[in-house]
Design a protein around this ligand. Structure first.
Ligand SMILES: C[S@@+](CC[C@H](N)C(=O)[O-])C[C@H]1O[C@@H](n2cnc3c(N)ncnc32)[C@H](O)[C@@H]1O
Length: 286
């Protein structure tokens, strides 16, 4: 086994063994991690642009009277994009600093039909049937209780209401999934678990939602800006590069790392799988 192979395995195991306990994956960890990097997410080009966001908007049958909940709104990019199509958007997030920044960001665009509420995805503080649409983009891999989040979304939807999810996904291969999750968690300790698309489909079915549309995409990321967003220290960046360089075959195929020169100092791009899933709570008469 080469030095770098041993090195990468050691760090993969280290990252995986950062205890996946309730304590380590706590809400406080998310709040601390995102609370410290609020402006990076508001300013993030990856979050502001989002082809999938445009696609999601095109697929949903918006009506002007709709009330929408955007779960884990982060910098508020999804709430801002949805707001022109509906009566009201409630932007929820567990991190107060994020809500403050999202409000400033959305109000700076002259948008006034978005309200802001602290809301944890696994225990949404809203009555049954309060919304016509629940959205959640690029956040669910932080949720301790992903299946419970889908159940909560179904509960707060009106009969006939819509659920729209965009999130990073892993390939079905278990080793690839573990490697990619180790890679993500090493970069961001508040990362919990990135699921496969089939897991999300199963969560929706278990929550009583009907799948209406599922799309699989790949998005290319520049390694350094991805690390910058979470202020990743230089040593950890090297460890992450090792995990890319020595990824097991199925993970390497999914991550598709492209090293332009020296793998430990030069520019790197890699790919994440991304899922766009739209489901519907059955109408009352169904
Ligand atoms: C990457 S940002 C979300 C990006 C945003 N949805 C968008 O479309 O641009 C992730 C957000 O998830 C929030 N978050 C993480 N875990 C959460 C949870 N269990 N409940 C609610 N929000 C959570 C974080 O506070 C953070 O603001």
């Amino acid at each position: 086994m080469s030095f770098y192979h041993a090195y990468s395995l050691a760090f993969a195991w280290h990252a995986m063994s950062i205890p996946f306990t309730i304590a380590a994956m706590s809400t406080e960890l998310v709040q601390r991690q995102f609370g410290m990097h609020v402006q990076n997410y508001v300013a993030s080009a990856d979050h502001a642009q989002g082809e999938r966001l445009e696609r999601m908007l095109a697929l949903l049958p918006f009506a002007p009277e709709w009330r929408v909940l955007d779960v884990a709104t982060g910098g508020g990019h999804t709430a801002l994009a949805v707001a022109p199509f509906v009566r009201e958007v409630v932007a929820g997030d567990v991190t107060i600093e994020m809500l403050v920044a999202a409000r400033r960001f959305i109000q700076s665009h002259g948008v006034s039909n978005v309200t802001f509420e602290q809301a944890e995805a696994g225990s949404l503080p809203f009555v049954n049937g309060a919304f016509d649409l629940v959205t959640c983009r690029l956040a669910a891999h932080h949720f301790l209780q992903a299946a419970q989040f889908v159940c909560e979304s179904a509960r707060v939807l009106k009969p006939g209401g819509w659920f729209a999810l965009i999130d990073n996904v892993t390939p079905p291969d278990s080793l690839a999934a573990q490697h990619i999750n180790a890679f993500e968690k090493l970069r961001d300790p508040s990362h919990v678990w990135e699921y496969a698309a089939s897991d999300w489909e199963a969560f929706c079915l278990a929550a009583g939602l009907t799948l209406r549309h599922v799309e699989h995409h790949h998005k290319s990321l520049d390694f350094e800006p991805w690390c910058d967003r979470m202020s990743v220290p230089a040593l950890v960046r090297r460890q992450l590069r090792v995990l890319l360089w020595h990824a097991p075959a199925a993970a390497r195929e999914a991550l598709n790392p492209q090293f332009s020169s020296d793998p430990f100092t030069g520019p790197v791009t890699f790919t994440f799988g991304e899922l766009l899933l739209i489901a519907q709570r059955p109408p009352a008469s169904a």
